[in-house]
Design a protein around this ligand. Structure first.
Ligand SMILES: [Zn+2]
Length: 432
């Protein structure tokens, strides 16, 4: 183990021991750990508390101003853990079988540790930067970032300002048809809640032939819940299909081709064939002599740029016969960053260096992350990329928010190298 990996390992263990399950959050504890570590190498940081104990940490290492700035963003809160389901104490930060175990090891204290060690080591080596290097570890990501990234962008807009940003969302190695592939999340879907209200005219309820609003609602839910494949292929999916199969196809053909290549690829790409509708709640009202009303809440996920009319048309045909009304709540997300940037190039050169022959491919996140808020508020080019190769996509998916979450030390080493490479490529281009 190199000295830098040992440093990242002990920082990660300490961050895990500084328990910060959200709710309630308590990000002040891991923020203090990170601040002490950074202070040691002479990196000054600031803690911004949205509320008592809800700490956001930031540090900006000033460059000469001759190059682009880069933000490395992680979060300090974690989800809960039930120790009964774990084979080790989730908050001991133990090293076992070549991994650091504990809640937050993958999501996202490992990233916070790797980013901090990369920055600290370059500062210690006396590297000077053209553009600013910004390190931020925020609060409240697990519950929508209201007291974290979004709070900072609103109340301390200068803190996260950067030309480029790297956060989480993709980056694990997949083996597809014998070819190593890494995805980089450059776009995300948009989310909006909506309510469909069905109305059935007043009438005698004992007459079986009359429309019953609850029965109609049940029929509508079973017709519309799930994935709605559209006609147009999303740019990111078209790119992936061209790279892996040499041809682009319709959304449904792309989903079928992805399934043939690998089930995990299908899991990534299927949500990108169109809108997804998830039933989220239902309420009804019925009184003798009055129309009966049933309201169904849905979570709707749309592709970047997708028109809401397409979803309304789905309800139109499913509600055939009964009067219905669709009410939307505000749309969030749906942003995209271009691929032709020095940051993309830096990620690509790293991937090819550590994994010759590997491909870097764009991904639209099925949900959305803090990248969206950075793009929307500051116009930052933001990607989700956090490289992993030892743990498979499936293993990582099980451990994130699940039991026995752990970070292999070989991946931690890869991540420290990755952030050092990216910082040097983007922020020290002219200095080099
Ligand atoms: Zn999480």
């Amino acid at each position: 183990m190199t000295a830098l990996v040992a440093e990242a390992k002990s920082l990660l263990s300490e961050l895990i021991r500084a328990r910060s399950c959200n709710p309630p959050g308590d990000e002040a504890a891991p923020a203090a750990v990170l601040r002490n570590y950074l202070r040691h190498v002479g990196v000054d940081c600031t803690i911004h508390e949205a509320r008592a104990g809800r700490a956001n940490l930031s540090a900006r290492i000033r460059g000469t101003g001759d190059g682009p700035s880069l933000l490395l963003l992680s979060h300090l809160d974690t989800v809960q853990a039930d120790p009964a389901e774990w084979s080790v104490d989730p908050w001991a930060g133990l090293e076992r079988d070549g991994s650091v175990w504990g809640r937050g090891a993958l999501d996202l204290k490992g990233q916070a540790a790797a980013q901090a060690v990369a920055v600290a080591s370059l500062v210690r080596e006396g590297v000077h930067f053209d553009g600013d290097v910004v390190l931020a570890a925020t609060a409240d990501e697990e519950r929508g970032s209201e007291l974290g990234t979004r709070w900072l962008l609103e109340h301390r807009p200068e803190v996260l300002r950067a030309d480029y940003a790297l956060t989480h969302g993709a980056g694990d190695r997949m083996l597809l048809d014998q070819r190593a592939v890494y995805f980089c999340a450059n776009a995300e879907r948009a989310n909006a809640g909506l309510t469909v209200t069905l109305t059935a005219p007043a009438g005698l309820s004992m007459l079986a032939g009359r429309p019953n609003v609850i029965a109609e609602a049940a029929r509508l839910v079973s017709l519309v819940a799930g994935q709605h494949e559209g006609d147009t292929l999303l740019d990111e999916v078209a790119y992936v299909m061209r790279a892996l199969t040499g041809t682009t196809r319709s959304p449904s053909e792309a989903a079928a081709a992805a399934r043939k290549i690998h089930p995990a690829l299908h899991t990534l790409l299927h949500p990108l064939t169109g809108a997804t509708l998830t039933p989220a709640g239902i309420a009804s009202f019925s009184a003798a002599g009055a129309p009966s009303v049933c309201s169904i809440d849905f979570e709707c996920w749309l592709l970047p740029g997708q028109d809401r009319d397409e979803v309304e048309a789905v309800f139109g045909s499913a509600a055939a016969g009964l009067p219905h009304q669709v009410t939307w709540r505000p749309l969030r997300g749906g942003s995209r960053s271009p691929m032709s940037t020095p940051l993309w190039q830096a990620i690509e050169t790293f991937v090819v260096q550590v994994d010759p022959g590997a491909l870097l491919l764009p991904l639209c996140d099925a949900g959305f992350t803090d990248s969206h808020w950075l793009r929307e508020s500051n116009g930052t080019v933001a990607y989700g990329f956090f490289p992993m190769r030892e743990m498979t996509t499936l293993e990582a998916a099980r451990a994130v928010h699940g039991a026995d979450e752990r970070m292999p030390l070989s991946d931690l080493a890869l991540q420290v190298d990755f952030y050092r490479h990216v910082i040097m490529s983007v922020c020290a281009m002219n200095a080099a």
